[in-house]
Design a protein around this ligand. Structure first.
Ligand code: NAD
Length: 339
């Protein structure tokens, strides 16, 4: 199979490409990425150096209709997994426009090009954030929960989900949507909670925790998300939506304390900062449908996954330094400056 992966130079895309090439010898992958601040082509340098015909890279924007049509044709693509997105909630609050351009217009442009090219396997990667927020007593989200996004990021992802749904209902295009909880693992950009707290704690700097630190997320090790997307690609029912979760509901403080414990750093590094506007209180995922239809089951418990993740970051300080470009540094300076 010739698979197009978009956003493959980002966190989950990088993990997914390594995961798929290791598992499927008959697979070749074209990685299409715009290389925003979050995309790092060097993550996949070992595959480029191998030069065995199973991996290639194309720089392009999923919102560019002509480029999408010609790349799908030129590479004889048979399947698409769309990871490409603007993915950081705080950035969507500072500047929502790029989120609409990529996550809504870009998602539709790529989807449309794939339908025109008659590509019969298409996975649109989405998030639990489209469902909005739960109280502590609510049952976990199922695929039947209404979409009730609260941030410009989650609203842009929910919009794309509805467009993908409409392509199935209106045109019969057999796309599948996956919605996953919070990922962690190697190659995650250090603006997200776990690598950010690792980086700051390693340097004995204050760890900013939003509000009371009691917001709950369900954490999934990135390889388990990759497994879910792989199953959706190979076995997903046309038009279906599948939730994936990691069975690991944790408060932000639970996560930060676990990082501090593992690194042997004191708890007084924690500094509570003004809460994020519209901050969702709790996410939790019921993935029973994916378990039944796809055989999905997460393999990692949180403690094992976190230990592996922190060990990876400890051995890759150079990776963190290399991706902290001027633009990223400017964002962090502004972010801290605001509070
Ligand atoms: P990321 O920000 O690390 O990577 C995004 C990648 O997309 C980058 O390589 C970037 O260069 C690329 N990109 C951005 N705009 C593009 C465009 N217009 N055209 C082509 N490429 C573009 O994000 P991530 O954390 O790896 O998330 C990947 C996907 O998974 C996103 O769709 C996100 O919504 C979804 N998701 C993420 C999580 C999570 O916890 N990280 C959870 C559930 C779902």
């Amino acid at each position: 199979m010739k698979l197009l992966v978009t956003g493959g130079c980002g966190f989950i895309g990088t993990n997914f490409i390594y995961h798929m090439l290791a598992k499927h010898q008959d697979l070749s992958i074209v990685n299409l990425d715009k290389l925003t601040y979050a995309g790092n082509r060097a993550n996949l340098a070992p595959l480029e150096e191998k030069n065995d015909g199973r991996y290639s890279f194309v720089r392009a924007d999923i919102a560019d209709a002509d480029a999408m049509a010609s790349i799908l044709k030129e590479h004889s693509i048979e399947a698409v997994v769309n990871f490409a997105a603007e993915s950081h909630v705080d950035r969507s609050i500072s500047d929502p426009a790029p989120f609409i351009t990529t996550n809504v217009n870009g998602a539709q442009t790529l989807l449309h090009a794939a339908m025109k090219a008659d590509i019969q396997r298409y996975v649109h990667v989405s998030t639990d954030e489209v469902y909005g927020s739960l109280s502590m007593e609510d049952p976990a989200f199922t695929e039947n929960n209404p979409l009730a996004p609260n941030s410009p990021y989650s609203a842009s992802k929910a919009s794309a989900d509805l467009i993908v749904r409409s392509y199935f209902k209106t045109f019969g295009y057999p796309a599948v949507i996956t919605r996953c909880s919070n990922n962690y693992g190697p190659w995650q950009f250090p603006e997200k909670l776990i690598p950010l707290m690792f980086k700051l704690a390693s340097a004995d700097k204050p760890l900013p925790v939003y509000g009371d630190g009691m917001n709950v997320r369900d954490w999934i090790f990135v390889t388990d998300h990759c497994l879910g997307v792989e199953l959706a690609l190979l076995k997903g029912r046309p038009g279906a939506v599948y939730n994936f979760g990691g069975n690991a509901e944790k408060t932000n403080m639970d996560v930060v304390q676990a990082i501090l414990r593992t690194l042997g750093k004191p708890e007084d590094l924690v500094t509570f900062v003004t809460d994020r506007p519209g901050h969702d209180r709790r996410y939790a995922m019921d993935y029973d449908l994916a378990a039944r239809e796809l055989g999905f089951a997460p393999q990692y418990d949180f403690e094992t996954g976190l230990t592996e993740t922190l060990a990876w970051y400890q051995h890759h300080h150079d990776w963190i330094a290399s991706i902290e470009s001027g633009e990223y540094r400017k964002f962090m300076d502004n972010w801290y400056g605001d509070r």
